[in-house]
Ligand binder design. Structure first.
Ligand SMILES: Nc1ncnc2c1ncn2[C@@H]1O[C@H](COP(=O)(O)OP(=O)(O)OP(=O)(O)O)[C@@H](O)[C@H]1O
Length: 250
């Protein structure tokens, strides 16, 4: 076990804290000195260029990757639901949604029904996994994550490959799930409109956390602009502006 003295001990109000976390694969430093706190019902979005370590950080949080240094602390009795970036199933494998969702262990029928309903996938219970569209498949993965009744829902680019409508519909489900379960959400997203609309806090990752804060703050940061370009930042500022105007009119 790794023991070390931490300069910033875990925040006692946080349901998940990461302190001075580092991950090396082979000789390569993938993550370095990562600190973050997640609070009840907060929505935190992780952005960063390809290969910046987003999936690695998420996998460290769910315990699938062991950090080389630092630590992840999860408050007692907090359950984590995880929706992966993608999952490959052999299309020749005959499996219904109901069977898939009961892997690796069976759940009470009522719980399965509720999870599928909450994920907007109740009509798919008897469908074959191999025949689902990308959006339907992701809703089934969301239902599987909801079976644990999560306090923290972690999504790793769950809308990759979905079109604009599919992405918007999926995040609407996430929003209603957050209200229904009262859970915090930590998600990796490349969809900057989603980031602007839904995130309380944005972390911009590039091996280290290069900037963080409210979406507007991150969009105007020079680190962010260096990574994603000035034009993206302007788009975000404009989006926020229109969004607020619409809210004022309504
Ligand atoms: N198990 C592993 N063994 C060795 N290297 C790995 C492993 N997993 C990831 N990496 C490397 O770590 C780096 C970060 O990968 P990661 O998947 O975390 O990035 P990402 O920000 O999620 O990228 P993307 O946006 O493309 O999904 C990459 O260089 C990748 O090749």
């Amino acid at each position: 076990m790794l023991t070390m003295r931490l300069a910033h001990p875990p925040d006692s109000d946080a349901i998940l804290s990461v302190r001075q976390l580092g991950v090396r694969f082979g000789g390569q430093q993938i993550l370095e000195n990562i600190n973050l706190d997640l609070y009840r019902q907060q929505v935190v979005t992780l952005i960063g260029p390809n290969g910046s370590g987003k999936s690695t950080l998420v996998k460290t949080l769910i315990g699938a990757v062991t950090p080389t240094s630092g630590q992840v602390t999860i408050a007692p009795q907090q359950r984590i639901g995880y929706v992966p970036q993608r999952l490959h199933l052999d299309p020749t494998l005959p499996m219904t949604v109901k069977r898939f969702i009961n892997l690796p262990r069976r759940h009470p029928r009522r719980d399965v029904h509720k999870a599928l309903e909450d994920a907007g996938a109740e009509a798919l219970t008897h469908a074959a996994m191999s025949e689902l569209s990308g959006g339907q498949f992701q809703r089934v993965l969301l239902a599987r994550a909801l079976l644990v009744k999560p306090d923290i829902l972690i999504l790793d680019e769950a809308t990759q490959g979905l079109d604009h409508r599919g992405t918007a519909a999926f995040y609407q489900h996430i929003e209603s799930v957050r209200h229904a379960y009262g859970c915090a959400v930590l998600m990796v997203s490349h969809d900057l409109h989603v980031v602007m609309r839904t995130a309380d806090h944005v972390l911009c990752l590039n091996r280290v956390i290069c900037c963080q804060g409210e979406p507007e703050h991150v969009a105007s940061s020079p680190h962010y602009q260096a990574l994603f370009g000035d034009q993206t930042a302007q788009t975000l500022a404009l989006y926020r502006h229109h969004h607020q105007e619409a809210a004022n009119v309504g």
